[in-house]
Structures are given as C-alpha cells and as structure tokens.
Unconditional design. Structure first.
Length: 234
C-alpha cells in the first residue's frame, strides 16, 4: 500500500465492481437466447441492467473520491502551497458564496480570496478535511463533465480521456442508464440493442479509463509528498 491508500481503495473498489459485472456479462453471453423461449426478454433485461451498474459504479466512485483525496492529503501533511489553485478555490467555497452579495462582507470576502491567491506560493498551512467543500457528484448522472472537473481541480496534465471514444462511452452509459432507470425506454428494447460481448468491451474501456485517472493522481501525489514524508517511508 502506498502513502495515498484511501484514494487507491476507492479506485480498487470501483474496478472490483466492474470486474464482477464483466463476469456476469460473460455468463450471459453463454446463455442460449432463442426468441421462442424468451419472448418476455428476460435475458435482454439482464443486459440492460449493465448500464445501471456502470452508471452506479461511476456515481459511487465520484461521490467517495473527494473524501479519499482529503484523507490522503491531510495524512501526508501536504501544505496549501503544494495544492493547485483550482483545489484551493474548492476549499474556499464558503468565501466564494459570500462574493455575490452586495455587502461589506462580500467586499471583504473578495479581497481575502485575491490576497490568498497572491500569497499562495508561501502558504505553508497544512490542509484540513476539505471533502465537504469538494463535490464531484452533484446528483446528476456521471459523465464527461465530472472527469473534466477532476482534471481541472487537481490541475492534472494531459487529457482526462484514455481513449478518444471515452466521450461516447460515458454518454452512452449516461443516456441508457437514464432510459432504463426512469423507464424512458423499455429495458427489453435497450438490452436487445446490445450484445453481451459489446457490453463487456464497454466495461473494459471503463476500467481502462479509471486506471488512467488513477495513474495521473498517483503522479500528482508523488509530486507533492513532502521530502520528510518520503524519507520516513523508506
């Protein structure tokens, strides 16, 4: 286990759930499906469930990731000047909410935010639990914007996508999950539109995307772990 075990656990749990779904889909792919014996589409509904599973795994992952990030940042005693300004802005959510008011308090809040940004490079204060200020899941179905927000907040390098098709992957999961969950389409029709092997490919692509995100976050931590923490871990 590394020094950022809470984050790794969140990724491990998500990948484990997706691996279980992959095994279920593989089992479905071995089932004979003659229409005469499955007129009600029971096997098709089993395939449609996969969209709900993938969407649910992503929602749980994005909901729990902020607390894991906050736990590891606090445990590693990373000072504020080692955090990107995007994450600092999330930490100052209460101050930003005050800025829209037409009061003296709002003026002071705006001044404080700007002063903090200017002095950021020398801010050696340790970071406290910021999970309540950082929301990567807002109740809507997880999609491209959530990964873009993660990249922006942590100032991660490169693209959030592991594959150019990841945009279409997340869009299909989001749309089909909502179709099934809100009965905007018959789950039988949704399931019959996709072969189990195609759904397995989607699960594999989603696992690869999460591995891609974990790799970038691991590098992010390694660049910010204080020297004394690295030496004590040797």
């Amino acid at each position: 286990m590394t020094s950022y075990g809470a984050v790794e656990n969140i990724f491990s749990e998500a990948v484990g759930r997706l691996a279980r779904e992959r095994r279920r889909l593989h089992h479905l792919s071995t089932q004979v499906e003659p229409q005469a014996f499955d007129r009600d589409g029971f096997l098709a509904m089993g395939r449609a469930l996969s969209y709900v599973v993938m969407g649910g795994v992503l929602e749980c992952f994005m909901r729990e990731l902020p607390r894991a990030l906050a736990t590891d940042v606090a445990a590693l005693r990373i000072p504020r000047n080692r955090l990107p300004l995007g994450l600092i802005a999330a930490l100052e959510a209460a101050a930003f909410r005050k800025c829209g008011e037409g009061t003296i308090g709002a003026l002071l809040a705006r001044t404080s935010i700007l002063q903090g940004a200017v002095a950021h490079s020398g801010d050696l204060r340790l970071v406290e639990d910021f999970s309540d200020s950082l929301k990567l899941a807002d109740g809507s179905t997880i999609g491209q914007k959530n990964f873009e927000a993660l990249w922006a907040l942590l100032d991660l390098p490169g693209d959030w996508r592991n594959s150019p098709n990841d945009v279409f992957l997340l869009r299909e999961i989001k749309d089909k999950r909502n179709d099934v969950a809100h009965w905007e389409a018959d789950p039988v029709d949704v399931g019959r539109s996709k072969r189990p092997t195609s759904l397995i490919d989607m699960v594999d692509q989603l696992i690869a995307l999460l591995d891609h995100a974990l790799l970038h976050i691991c590098y992010w931590f390694e660049e910010r772990i204080p020297i004394q923490s690295k030496l004590s871990g040797q």
